[in-house]
Structures are given as structure tokens and as C-alpha cells.
Design a protein around this ligand. Structure first.
Ligand code: ACO
Length: 335
């Protein structure tokens, strides 16, 4: 068997729409309060895409930033993977639309749907191609325009979500660095807990499905909450074990940002000190597949994450799905 390449992140980038929707704005739209939202979720504001902004537009800006950081030209990309549950349209894939916008002529491109775990599924998938030598550079993006599939009259869901995009350029790195392990899992039995019922082949879009609000996110919040705490803890532990590490080896954890109480409970279960956990939910809400890469990009830009640090990225989402990776950061700080 030939030797496998070590694969890591060569550059990250993020983009969120300009429009900020605060809890105070939501107080005027539904029967809620800033106090309820902050204490129950930790969210203070979120970003909302414009009427003429779609996922590929957000992805484009995030990708440009990641490519620039990585020093890779779009023409050098071999693969583009977009993780999203809010594609521009059913087909062509949002990855194909982005490929054209970027001018990434030689890249294979496809979308992948694993809800909030999508970015982790995306990097696990794309990294295999580089590890085995088939491809050299891949662009993985988590992007969502959840504001377009949320019922703005439903206080149970509309306060939770936001729009954004995070991107990472993947490529070969120094041996022993980059992705050290992946843990992915799913439980289709729990699919009912979190879904968008209509608009697919089961319930195609009709006047009736629209009148019944079946094109909006439907969620059983309490059940998802319980699953999430368990899944985040278990998946992070499984990825650490596969990497031959324990929680003591972790420098930073970048969790999916769905609810600060979920993050706190998972962190407590893992016994991690809070300062090792990257949190930005207060400013963006739950951006599904975009949450982890946006949080990662912010931490990298702040200079928190340094060469040689061990990171755990961990998430959960509709499907149900979950995933985690242990990553030894391979980028050296610029002098
Ligand atoms: N403002 C005020 N009251 C509210 C609001 C609101 N925005 N939303 C719900 N309430 C009310 C409910 O109606 C309920 O009232 P009732 O007791 O009179 O019926 C009360 O608050 C308590 O509701 P709970 O559901 O018990 O509240 P909980 O503490 O569980 O928090 C939440 C709800 C925030 C949804 C939580 O369960 C959660 O975060 N769940 C996980 C969600 C998640 O991670 N989703 C991932 C989706 S991502 C994807 O894959 C697209």
C-alpha cells in the first residue's frame, strides 16, 4: 500500500450577511423577550441574508477569503464540497454554481447534506481524496441561508437561526499534523425530530403544502437538546480515542453553535475548562453547517489557535447526524 498523505487546513475564511437581526427586533415580530432568548439559548443577534442573496453568494465571499489565506488560486482546486441544507436550488448543486463563480475550472464539485454536522462530513469526505493522493487541493464550505426556511411567525424556531458561510482550503501538510481522526455517525430513526417536510419528492411543493407551512423547519427542540448533549460528548471522545489522545491533550474545542446550554453541558461532560471552548453563538445564532467553520475562522484570525495546537471540532444535527475530528494545527504564524 502506498503511503497516505497527511491532510490539513491551509486557510480559512468566513462571510456573514450585513443585516443584523437583534433579539429586540424579534420582540417586535413574535411573542418573545430578549431575556428569554439570552437565558434559554445564549443568542443576542444573528445575520440575515438579503432577498437577492443565496447560499452560493455567501459561499463565494467566504471561499475567496479562504483561498487568499491559503495562497491557492481557484484554478488549482481539484474539488469543491458544499455542506448545506439551504442550496440555491435542488440542482445544479450549489458547489457547481460556486465553481463557476470562482472560475475553479478543473474542480469536481458536489453538495452534501448532513444538516449541522455537514462541515464535518465535508472535511472528512474531501480529505480522503487528498490523503490517498487522487487530489491535492479541496475547498470545503459550510453555508446556510436558514432565514429563508424559517417560519418567522413561530417563536419556537425563528429566534434560533442565522445565515452565514465558512470555508476551508484542504491540502497536504507536514507529517503528523492536520486531521488525526474522524468520527461520523447517524441515526435515521431520529429524522422526525428535525426536518423540512415539503419541497422534496415525498411532498412536492403545492399550494396546500405552502398554506400548511410545510416548507419551514420543524423541530422538536427538547428531544434535539437531549440528543445533542450526548452526541457531542460521545463523538468528541470517540475522535480523541481514535487519535490516541485524551481531553487533557485538547487546546481548543470548536463545537457546533446551536445553544449555549448544549455547549456548556457537553463541555461539562467532557470536563474541559471554558477558556478552551470557542463560542460565538451570541452574535450569529445557529448557522447549521456554517457554525463550526465560522467559529474556527474567527479563532484563527484572533490568533488564539497556534501552530501545533490540538483542536476538536464537534457537531450534531438533523438526520440525526453527528461528527467530530481531531486536528493538529499545521499553519505557522506569520512573522
Ligand atoms: N420566546 C418565549 N418563549 C418561548 C420561545 C421564545 N422564543 N420559544 C419557546 N418558548 C416557550 C415555549 O412555548 C414553552 O412554553 P410553554 O411551557 O408554555 O409551552 C417554554 O418557552 C419552554 O419551552 P421549552 O421547549 O421547554 O424550552 P427549552 O428550554 O427546551 O428551550 C430550545 C427551547 C431553545 C429550542 C431548546 O430546546 C434547544 O435549543 N433545542 C435544541 C435545538 C437545536 O439544537 N436545533 C438544531 C437544529 S439545527 C439543524 O439541523 C437545522
Amino acid at each position: 500500500m502506498h503511503k497516505l498523505n497527511s491532510v490539513g487546513i491551509l486557510g480559512t475564511g468566513a462571510y456573514v450577511p450585513e443585516k443584523v437581526l437583534t433579539n429586540q427586533d424579534l420582540e417586535k415580530m413574535v411573542d418573545t423577550t430578549d431575556e428569554w432568548i439570552v437565558t434559554r439559548t445564549g443568542i443576542r443577534e444573528r445575520r440575515i441574508s438579503g432577498a437577492d442573496e443565496a447560499s452560493s453568494d455567501l459561499a463565494f465571499h467566504a471561499s475567496q477569503r479562504a483561498l487568499e489565506k491559503a495562497g491557492i488560486a481557484p484554478e488549482d482546486l481539484d474539488l469543491i464540497v458544499i455542506a448545506t441544507v439551504t442550496p440555491d436550488m435542488t440542482f445544479p448543486s450549489t458547489a457547481n454554481i460556486l465553481q463557476d463563480k470562482l472560475g475553479a475550472k478543473k474542480a469536481a464539485a458536489f453538495d452534501l447534506a448532513a444538516a449541522c454536522s455537514g462541515f464535518l462530513y465535508g472535511i472528512a469526505t474531501a480529505s480522503q481524496f487528498i490523503q490517498n493522493g487522487l487530489y491535492r487541493y479541496a475547498l470545503v464550505i459550510g453555508v446556510e441561508c436558514l432565514s429563508k426556511i424559517v417560519d418567522w411567525k413561530d417563536r419556537n424556531t425563528c429566534v434560533l437561526f442565522g445565515d452565514g458561510a465558512g470555508a476551508a482550503v484542504l491540502g497536504p501538510v507536514e507529517e503528523g499534523y492536520g486531521f488525526l481522526s474522524f468520527d461520523l455517525g447517524s441515526d435515521g430513526k431520529g429524522g422526525e425530530l428535525l426536518k423540512l417536510p415539503a419541497g422534496g419528492s415525498r411532498l412536492p411543493a403545492t399550494v396546500d403544502t405552502i398554506a400548511s407551512g410545510l416548507h419551514y423547519i420543524s423541530m422538536s427542540g427538547g428531544d434535539v437538546f437531549k440528543f445533542a448533549v450526548r452526541a457531542m460528548g460521545n463523538s468528541a471522545e470517540a475522535a480523541l480515542e481514535k487519535a490516541g489522545m485524551t481531553k487533557k491533550d485538547i487546546d481548543f474545542m470548536v463545537p457546533h453553535q446551536a445553544n449555549i446550554r448544549i455547549i456548556d453541558a457537553a463541555v461539562k461532560r467532557l470536563g474541559l475548562p471554558k477558556e478552551k471552548v470557542i463560542v460565538n453563538i451570541d452574535r450569529y445564532g445557529n448557522m447549521s453547517a456554517a457554525s463550526i467553520p465560522v467559529a474556527l475562522d474567527e479563532a484563527v484570525n484572533k490568533g488564539s489557535i497556534r501552530y501545533g495546537d490540538n483542536l476538536v471540532l464537534v457537531g450534531f444535527g438533523g438526520g440525526l447526524t453527528w461528527g467530530a475530528t481531531v486536528l493538529k494545527w499545521s499553519l505557522k504564524e506569520k512573522e
